[in-house]
Design a protein around this ligand. Sequence first.
Ligand SMILES: [Mg+2]
Length: 334
Amino acid sequence: MAEGATPLDGVDTVLADLDGVVYRGSKAVDHAVESLTAAAATHRVGYITNNASRTAAAVASQLSGYGLSVAAEDVVTSPQAAVRLLVDVVPAGSTILVVGGEGLTSVLEEEGFVVTRSADDSPAAVVQGFSPDVGWVHLAEASYALEAGIPWIATNTDWTIPQERGIAPGNGTLVSAVHSAAGRLPDVAGKPETPIFQAAVERFSATKALFIGDRLDTDVKGANDAGLVSVLVLTGIDGAKQVLAADARSRPDFILGDLRELSQPYPAVVEHDEEDVHVVTVRDSSVAVRGSVVRVLSAGTDPVDLLRAGAAAVWGTGRAIYGLDVDPALHAGD
Ligand SMILES: [Mg+2]
Protein backbone atom coordinates (compact mmCIF):
# COMPACT_ATOMS: atom_id res chain seq x y z
CA MET A 1 0.00 0.00 0.00
CA ALA A 2 1.23 3.48 -0.86
CA GLU A 3 2.49 5.74 1.92
CA GLY A 4 -0.33 7.89 3.26
CA ALA A 5 -3.05 5.83 1.55
CA THR A 6 -6.39 5.35 3.27
CA PRO A 7 -8.38 2.09 3.34
CA LEU A 8 -10.76 3.65 0.79
CA ASP A 9 -8.01 4.33 -1.74
CA GLY A 10 -7.99 1.88 -4.65
CA VAL A 11 -11.47 0.45 -4.03
CA ASP A 12 -14.67 1.51 -5.79
CA THR A 13 -17.23 -0.16 -3.54
CA VAL A 14 -17.67 -0.19 0.24
CA LEU A 15 -19.77 -2.97 1.73
CA ALA A 16 -20.70 -2.96 5.39
CA ASP A 17 -22.07 -5.46 7.86
CA LEU A 18 -24.82 -4.02 10.09
CA ASP A 19 -24.77 -5.13 13.73
CA GLY A 20 -21.58 -4.01 15.45
CA VAL A 21 -20.65 -1.82 12.46
CA VAL A 22 -23.60 0.53 11.79
CA TYR A 23 -25.63 -0.06 14.95
CA ARG A 24 -25.60 -1.96 18.21
CA GLY A 25 -29.01 -2.80 19.60
CA SER A 26 -31.20 0.14 18.66
CA LYS A 27 -28.41 2.76 18.64
CA ALA A 28 -26.08 3.85 15.85
CA VAL A 29 -22.39 3.06 16.43
CA ASP A 30 -20.36 6.23 17.12
CA HIS A 31 -19.01 7.87 13.93
CA ALA A 32 -20.56 5.21 11.66
CA VAL A 33 -23.26 7.34 10.04
CA GLU A 34 -21.09 10.35 9.18
CA SER A 35 -18.21 8.14 7.99
CA LEU A 36 -20.39 6.01 5.70
CA THR A 37 -22.18 9.13 4.41
CA ALA A 38 -18.78 10.66 3.58
CA ALA A 39 -17.67 7.44 1.87
CA ALA A 40 -20.85 7.46 -0.24
CA ALA A 41 -19.78 10.76 -1.81
CA THR A 42 -16.89 9.01 -3.58
CA HIS A 43 -17.75 5.28 -3.47
CA ARG A 44 -20.69 2.96 -4.03
CA VAL A 45 -21.82 1.95 -0.53
CA GLY A 46 -23.88 -1.16 0.15
CA TYR A 47 -24.99 -3.15 3.16
CA ILE A 48 -24.92 -6.90 3.73
CA THR A 49 -27.01 -8.77 6.27
CA ASN A 50 -27.27 -12.44 7.19
CA ASN A 51 -30.56 -11.81 9.01
CA ALA A 52 -33.25 -13.42 6.84
CA SER A 53 -36.25 -12.26 8.84
CA ARG A 54 -36.40 -8.75 7.39
CA THR A 55 -36.80 -7.50 3.84
CA ALA A 56 -34.20 -5.27 2.18
CA ALA A 57 -36.75 -2.43 2.31
CA ALA A 58 -37.22 -2.88 6.08
CA VAL A 59 -33.44 -2.80 6.61
CA ALA A 60 -33.10 0.30 4.39
CA SER A 61 -35.80 2.05 6.37
CA GLN A 62 -34.07 1.22 9.67
CA LEU A 63 -30.72 2.53 8.34
CA SER A 64 -32.41 5.66 7.02
CA GLY A 65 -33.71 6.22 10.55
CA TYR A 66 -30.11 6.68 11.73
CA GLY A 67 -29.61 9.38 9.09
CA LEU A 68 -28.00 7.28 6.35
CA SER A 69 -29.24 7.65 2.79
CA VAL A 70 -30.11 4.02 1.96
CA ALA A 71 -32.57 2.50 -0.54
CA ALA A 72 -33.77 -1.11 -0.61
CA GLU A 73 -31.50 -1.87 -3.59
CA ASP A 74 -28.46 -0.85 -1.48
CA VAL A 75 -29.11 -3.78 0.88
CA VAL A 76 -28.08 -7.36 0.07
CA THR A 77 -29.81 -9.94 2.27
CA SER A 78 -29.05 -13.62 2.79
CA PRO A 79 -32.43 -14.61 1.24
CA GLN A 80 -31.38 -12.82 -1.96
CA ALA A 81 -28.13 -14.78 -1.97
CA ALA A 82 -30.07 -18.00 -1.26
CA VAL A 83 -32.25 -17.40 -4.33
CA ARG A 84 -29.13 -17.09 -6.47
CA LEU A 85 -28.15 -20.59 -5.32
CA LEU A 86 -31.69 -21.88 -5.78
CA VAL A 87 -32.09 -20.84 -9.43
CA ASP A 88 -29.08 -23.02 -10.29
CA VAL A 89 -30.61 -26.20 -8.86
CA VAL A 90 -34.39 -26.10 -9.51
CA PRO A 91 -36.54 -25.10 -12.54
CA ALA A 92 -38.13 -21.63 -12.61
CA GLY A 93 -41.53 -21.48 -10.94
CA SER A 94 -40.88 -24.55 -8.73
CA THR A 95 -42.67 -25.05 -5.44
CA ILE A 96 -40.29 -24.38 -2.53
CA LEU A 97 -40.79 -25.42 1.07
CA VAL A 98 -39.87 -22.41 3.17
CA VAL A 99 -38.81 -22.38 6.79
CA GLY A 100 -38.69 -18.69 7.64
CA GLY A 101 -40.53 -15.42 7.41
CA GLU A 102 -41.39 -12.60 5.05
CA GLY A 103 -37.77 -11.67 4.38
CA LEU A 104 -37.48 -15.04 2.66
CA THR A 105 -40.97 -15.63 1.18
CA SER A 106 -41.10 -12.16 -0.42
CA VAL A 107 -37.81 -12.73 -2.26
CA LEU A 108 -38.84 -16.19 -3.47
CA GLU A 109 -42.23 -14.96 -4.69
CA GLU A 110 -40.62 -12.02 -6.50
CA GLU A 111 -38.49 -14.58 -8.39
CA GLY A 112 -41.63 -16.51 -9.39
CA PHE A 113 -41.32 -19.44 -7.01
CA VAL A 114 -44.37 -20.91 -5.26
CA VAL A 115 -44.03 -21.03 -1.48
CA THR A 116 -45.37 -23.91 0.56
CA ARG A 117 -45.10 -24.90 4.21
CA SER A 118 -46.00 -28.57 3.65
CA ALA A 119 -43.86 -31.52 2.56
CA ASP A 120 -47.06 -33.00 1.05
CA ASP A 121 -46.86 -30.44 -1.79
CA SER A 122 -43.81 -32.24 -3.26
CA PRO A 123 -41.49 -29.21 -3.07
CA ALA A 124 -38.46 -29.07 -5.38
CA ALA A 125 -36.22 -27.69 -2.62
CA VAL A 126 -36.16 -26.52 0.99
CA VAL A 127 -34.96 -23.00 1.82
CA GLN A 128 -34.42 -22.18 5.48
CA GLY A 129 -33.87 -18.81 7.14
CA PHE A 130 -34.45 -17.25 10.53
CA SER A 131 -37.77 -15.91 11.64
CA PRO A 132 -38.96 -15.58 15.24
CA ASP A 133 -42.09 -17.52 14.24
CA VAL A 134 -40.27 -20.71 13.20
CA GLY A 135 -41.44 -23.65 15.29
CA TRP A 136 -41.23 -27.42 15.51
CA VAL A 137 -43.94 -27.95 12.89
CA HIS A 138 -41.91 -26.03 10.28
CA LEU A 139 -38.71 -27.90 11.13
CA ALA A 140 -40.54 -31.22 10.93
CA GLU A 141 -42.02 -30.40 7.49
CA ALA A 142 -38.52 -29.52 6.23
CA SER A 143 -37.18 -32.81 7.58
CA TYR A 144 -39.96 -34.81 5.86
CA ALA A 145 -39.39 -32.99 2.55
CA LEU A 146 -35.62 -33.58 2.67
CA GLU A 147 -36.16 -37.36 2.79
CA ALA A 148 -36.79 -37.13 -0.97
CA GLY A 149 -33.18 -35.99 -1.47
CA ILE A 150 -34.13 -32.52 -2.78
CA PRO A 151 -31.74 -29.51 -2.49
CA TRP A 152 -31.56 -27.73 0.88
CA ILE A 153 -30.34 -24.16 1.10
CA ALA A 154 -29.85 -22.22 4.34
CA THR A 155 -29.69 -18.44 4.26
CA ASN A 156 -27.02 -18.56 6.99
CA THR A 157 -25.89 -20.67 9.91
CA ASP A 158 -25.19 -18.04 12.59
CA TRP A 159 -25.45 -19.71 16.00
CA THR A 160 -26.74 -16.56 17.65
CA ILE A 161 -28.88 -13.56 16.77
CA PRO A 162 -28.64 -10.36 18.80
CA GLN A 163 -32.03 -9.17 20.04
CA GLU A 164 -33.08 -6.15 22.05
CA ARG A 165 -33.27 -8.24 25.25
CA GLY A 166 -30.06 -10.22 24.70
CA ILE A 167 -28.44 -12.94 22.61
CA ALA A 168 -30.89 -15.53 21.22
CA PRO A 169 -30.46 -18.79 19.26
CA GLY A 170 -29.79 -18.02 15.58
CA ASN A 171 -30.62 -19.81 12.32
CA GLY A 172 -27.68 -22.19 12.79
CA THR A 173 -29.40 -23.79 15.77
CA LEU A 174 -32.61 -24.30 13.75
CA VAL A 175 -30.67 -25.69 10.77
CA SER A 176 -28.91 -27.98 13.21
CA ALA A 177 -32.26 -29.32 14.43
CA VAL A 178 -33.24 -30.25 10.85
CA HIS A 179 -29.77 -31.66 10.23
CA SER A 180 -30.21 -33.95 13.24
CA ALA A 181 -33.39 -35.37 11.71
CA ALA A 182 -32.41 -35.34 8.02
CA GLY A 183 -28.80 -36.50 8.41
CA ARG A 184 -27.60 -33.96 5.81
CA LEU A 185 -26.16 -30.46 5.71
CA PRO A 186 -27.47 -27.53 3.60
CA ASP A 187 -25.68 -25.29 1.13
CA VAL A 188 -25.24 -21.92 2.83
CA ALA A 189 -25.74 -18.54 1.14
CA GLY A 190 -24.78 -16.03 3.85
CA LYS A 191 -21.51 -15.01 5.46
CA PRO A 192 -18.91 -16.48 5.80
CA GLU A 193 -19.80 -18.37 2.60
CA THR A 194 -19.14 -16.55 -0.66
CA PRO A 195 -22.59 -16.35 -2.40
CA ILE A 196 -23.71 -13.26 -0.46
CA PHE A 197 -20.45 -11.43 -1.24
CA GLN A 198 -20.71 -12.42 -4.92
CA ALA A 199 -24.30 -11.19 -4.98
CA ALA A 200 -23.15 -7.81 -3.67
CA VAL A 201 -20.19 -7.52 -6.06
CA GLU A 202 -22.51 -8.27 -9.00
CA ARG A 203 -25.30 -5.98 -7.84
CA PHE A 204 -22.98 -2.99 -7.45
CA SER A 205 -20.76 -3.86 -10.45
CA ALA A 206 -17.76 -3.63 -8.12
CA THR A 207 -14.31 -4.02 -9.62
CA LYS A 208 -12.63 -3.81 -6.21
CA ALA A 209 -14.78 -3.98 -3.09
CA LEU A 210 -13.92 -3.52 0.55
CA PHE A 211 -15.98 -5.20 3.26
CA ILE A 212 -16.26 -3.89 6.81
CA GLY A 213 -17.28 -6.26 9.59
CA ASP A 214 -16.96 -6.69 13.34
CA ARG A 215 -16.37 -10.46 13.37
CA LEU A 216 -13.32 -12.34 12.16
CA ASP A 217 -14.92 -15.76 11.72
CA THR A 218 -17.80 -14.59 9.50
CA ASP A 219 -17.08 -11.10 8.11
CA VAL A 220 -13.32 -11.10 7.63
CA LYS A 221 -12.97 -14.76 6.70
CA GLY A 222 -15.85 -14.47 4.23
CA ALA A 223 -14.48 -11.30 2.64
CA ASN A 224 -11.00 -12.84 2.34
CA ASP A 225 -12.42 -16.02 0.77
CA ALA A 226 -14.44 -13.94 -1.71
CA GLY A 227 -11.36 -11.92 -2.71
CA LEU A 228 -12.52 -8.64 -1.14
CA VAL A 229 -10.41 -6.21 0.87
CA SER A 230 -11.24 -7.01 4.50
CA VAL A 231 -11.66 -4.48 7.29
CA LEU A 232 -12.23 -5.29 10.96
CA VAL A 233 -13.74 -2.44 12.97
CA LEU A 234 -13.41 -2.75 16.73
CA THR A 235 -16.90 -1.44 17.55
CA GLY A 236 -18.63 -4.81 17.76
CA ILE A 237 -17.96 -8.39 18.78
CA ASP A 238 -14.25 -9.05 18.22
CA GLY A 239 -11.43 -7.26 20.03
CA ALA A 240 -7.67 -7.49 20.46
CA LYS A 241 -7.65 -11.01 21.87
CA GLN A 242 -9.50 -12.43 18.86
CA VAL A 243 -7.35 -10.44 16.41
CA LEU A 244 -4.11 -11.83 17.87
CA ALA A 245 -5.52 -15.38 17.76
CA ALA A 246 -6.96 -15.13 14.22
CA ASP A 247 -6.09 -18.01 11.90
CA ALA A 248 -4.47 -17.16 8.57
CA ARG A 249 -7.78 -17.04 6.64
CA SER A 250 -9.45 -14.72 9.17
CA ARG A 251 -6.87 -11.92 9.34
CA PRO A 252 -8.10 -8.51 8.17
CA ASP A 253 -6.25 -6.29 5.71
CA PHE A 254 -7.11 -3.30 7.92
CA ILE A 255 -7.89 -2.95 11.64
CA LEU A 256 -9.87 0.20 12.53
CA GLY A 257 -10.82 1.59 15.92
CA ASP A 258 -13.89 3.22 14.39
CA LEU A 259 -15.13 4.14 10.92
CA ARG A 260 -13.55 7.63 10.88
CA GLU A 261 -10.30 5.80 10.08
CA LEU A 262 -11.74 4.63 6.74
CA SER A 263 -10.71 7.95 5.21
CA GLN A 264 -7.54 8.52 7.27
CA PRO A 265 -4.03 7.49 6.15
CA TYR A 266 -3.45 3.93 7.35
CA PRO A 267 -0.15 3.72 9.24
CA ALA A 268 2.69 1.66 7.85
CA VAL A 269 3.73 -1.54 9.64
CA VAL A 270 7.53 -1.37 9.76
CA GLU A 271 9.56 -4.48 10.60
CA HIS A 272 13.26 -4.90 11.28
CA ASP A 273 15.62 -7.34 12.99
CA GLU A 274 18.06 -6.58 15.79
CA GLU A 275 20.23 -9.68 16.23
CA ASP A 276 17.77 -12.39 17.37
CA VAL A 277 14.88 -9.98 18.01
CA HIS A 278 12.26 -9.12 15.39
CA VAL A 279 10.73 -5.67 15.97
CA VAL A 280 7.40 -4.51 14.53
CA THR A 281 6.60 -0.79 14.73
CA VAL A 282 3.41 1.12 13.91
CA ARG A 283 3.94 4.87 14.49
CA ASP A 284 5.03 5.12 18.17
CA SER A 285 3.96 1.58 19.16
CA SER A 286 6.40 -1.29 18.91
CA VAL A 287 6.44 -4.97 19.70
CA ALA A 288 9.38 -7.37 19.86
CA VAL A 289 9.45 -11.08 19.09
CA ARG A 290 12.25 -13.35 20.30
CA GLY A 291 11.56 -17.00 19.58
CA SER A 292 8.11 -17.68 20.99
CA VAL A 293 8.07 -14.63 23.29
CA VAL A 294 6.15 -11.51 22.18
CA ARG A 295 6.69 -8.36 24.27
CA VAL A 296 5.52 -4.74 24.07
CA LEU A 297 8.54 -2.42 23.69
CA SER A 298 6.50 0.77 23.53
CA ALA A 299 2.74 0.99 24.02
CA GLY A 300 2.62 4.31 22.16
CA THR A 301 -0.31 6.69 22.13
CA ASP A 302 -2.95 4.80 20.10
CA PRO A 303 -4.05 1.36 21.36
CA VAL A 304 -5.13 0.45 17.81
CA ASP A 305 -1.57 1.04 16.57
CA LEU A 306 -0.29 -1.23 19.34
CA LEU A 307 -2.76 -3.91 18.25
CA ARG A 308 -1.72 -3.50 14.60
CA ALA A 309 1.93 -3.98 15.61
CA GLY A 310 1.11 -6.87 17.93
CA ALA A 311 -1.02 -8.62 15.32
CA ALA A 312 1.70 -8.31 12.67
CA ALA A 313 4.24 -9.62 15.20
CA VAL A 314 2.14 -12.61 16.28
CA TRP A 315 0.95 -13.48 12.76
CA GLY A 316 4.52 -13.18 11.46
CA THR A 317 5.71 -15.96 13.75
CA GLY A 318 3.69 -18.46 11.72
CA ARG A 319 2.75 -20.12 14.99
CA ALA A 320 -0.64 -20.58 16.63
CA ILE A 321 -1.28 -18.22 19.55
CA TYR A 322 -1.27 -21.02 22.15
CA GLY A 323 2.31 -21.83 21.18
CA LEU A 324 3.42 -18.28 22.04
CA ASP A 325 4.07 -16.34 25.23
CA VAL A 326 2.19 -13.12 24.39
CA ASP A 327 2.46 -9.94 26.47
CA PRO A 328 -0.93 -9.48 28.20
CA ALA A 329 -0.56 -5.72 27.59
CA LEU A 330 -1.43 -6.44 23.95
CA HIS A 331 -5.02 -7.23 24.86
CA ALA A 332 -5.33 -5.34 28.13
CA GLY A 333 -8.36 -3.41 26.86
CA ASP A 334 -10.44 -6.56 26.19
MG1 LIG B 1 -21.82 -7.80 12.83
